[in-house]
Design a protein around this ligand. Structure first.
Ligand SMILES: Cc1cc2nc3c(=O)[nH]c(=O)nc-3n(C[C@H](O)[C@H](O)[C@H](O)COP(=O)(O)O)c2cc1C
Length: 356
């Protein structure tokens, strides 16, 4: 049997740890966000239209199954279940970082399986750290990005920003200089979305990303899966006490997702990801200004069971979102985006600091 590469092992470990351990941020920032109840909504539940256009594609509901996996055995089955469900329900999906398949082309099938299902909007995925030369490794460029896109017939490319994870993980990449220029080069050629992976996007970062030509931003904020927590558990297994400590110290690092939606609003379409666990959370994200809400961990848990379990989870989220829209008198996603939102501390403090 061929030995799995380091990247393959890491992918498998991430999935196993996320499914077994508590890796959530300690505080639920969505509890700081309140929609205002309308006692006289004057709309019919059945008339609510959940559809949105994103990257030129029509989604039947404003949801994305966030980038997660591929690159190891179980990843193929998970991606197949996610893609089948995304196609059936009419929502978007992303695959996990495709670095594993760029390094080892025989792993391409673990991602390419999403092509078999007719998902309305598919995102390829590469990490920003891989766009600059890291110790002993070459930088990925336009040709690599094209290979990643073609591998899954993607409609657009996500570049994920995960420097928190890199700095706390045992074998993390240490160089961030030059990433923005590399993103600019890719964005001139392909439709690119920038995405954080749990630490959020500030106004300044969003402004720089916009100037670099990205077409949308997934704020990937604090409040859901913490990759610092994941790396804490991985370091524990490897008996790396310093990394274990770093992972614990930075467990709750970042900009809360709801605050990041407001801060990163620089005129580009936004995705609310990070701790979305219900359709009510999704409604709050949209009312704050996002166009689409993203979920990772709840989709992973369902995909481990079956495609039907993913469909059931998505449908439950959609029913909750619809209920929130009904109770705020919103017949469409643009109307929900206009609804008043009450923000309480600590999330409020992030927004007040912006005004200061
Ligand atoms: C198992 C797993 C693997 C992930 N791998 C990636 C990845 O390769 N690329 C990426 O952009 N984000 C990755 N993420 C981050 C998610 O897309 C998402 O931003 C994050 O988990 C927060 O969402 P959640 O709170 O709903 O889990 C991964 C998440 C999980 C759970």
């Amino acid at each position: 049997m061929v030995e799995p590469s380091k990247t393959e092992q890491r992918k498998a470990e991430h999935v196993n740890i996320i499914l077994k351990e508590n890796v959530s941020a300690e505080y639920n920032y969505w509890n700081d966000i309140h929609l205002v109840h309308d006692a006289l909504p004057e709309i019919d539940l059945d008339a609510i239209d959940l559809s949105v256009k994103f990257f030129g594609k029509k989604l039947r509901a404003p949801l994305i199954i966030s980038s997660m996996t591929g690159g190891f055995g179980m990843g193929k089955e998970i991606n197949a279940n996610l893609a089948k469900a995304a196609a059936e329900v009419g929502v978007a999906m992303g695959v996990g970082s495709q670095r594993a398949a760029l390094e080892k082309p025989e792993l391409a099938a673990t991602y390419a399986v999403v092509r078999d299902h007719g998902v309305p909007l598919v995102f390829a995925n590469l990490g920003a750290p891989q766009l600059v030369p890291q110790e002993g490794k070459r930088a990925y460029g336009l040709a690599d990005a094209k290979r990643a896109i073609d591998m899954i017939d993607a409609d657009a490319l996500i570049i994920h920003l995960n420097f928190l994870q890199e700095v706390v993980q045992p074998e993390g990449d240490r160089r961030a200089k030059g990433c923005l220029a590399a993103i600019r080069t890719l964005a001139a050629k392909f439709p690119v979305m920038a995405k954080e992976t749990g630490a959020g996007i500030s106004r300044e970062a969003a402004t720089r990303l916009k100037e670099a030509g990205v077409q949308a931003i997934d704020v990937g904020g604090l409040g859901g899966t913490s990759f610092s927590a994941v790396e804490h558990y991985r370091a524990r297994k490897e008996a790396s006490s310093l990394k274990e400590r770093l992972g614990a110290t930075f467990w709750n690092w970042g900009i809360p997702t709801p605050a990041s939606i407001r801060l990163a609003d620089v005129g580009l379409p936004l995705i609310a990801t990070g701790g979305i666990r219900s359709g009510l959370d999704a409604a709050k994200g949209i009312a704050l200004g996002a166009t689409v809400a993203g979920m990772a961990k709840p989709m992973l848990e369902a995909a481990k069971v079956s495609a039907d379990a993913v469909v059931a989870e998505l449908r439950a989220v959609i029913e909750e979102l619809k209920a929130a829209m009904f109770l705020t008198g919103s017949t469409s996603i643009p109307e929900l985006q206009e609804r008043k939102v009450i923000v309480s501390p600590p999330t409020l403090s992030w927004l007040e600091a912006r005004e200061a």
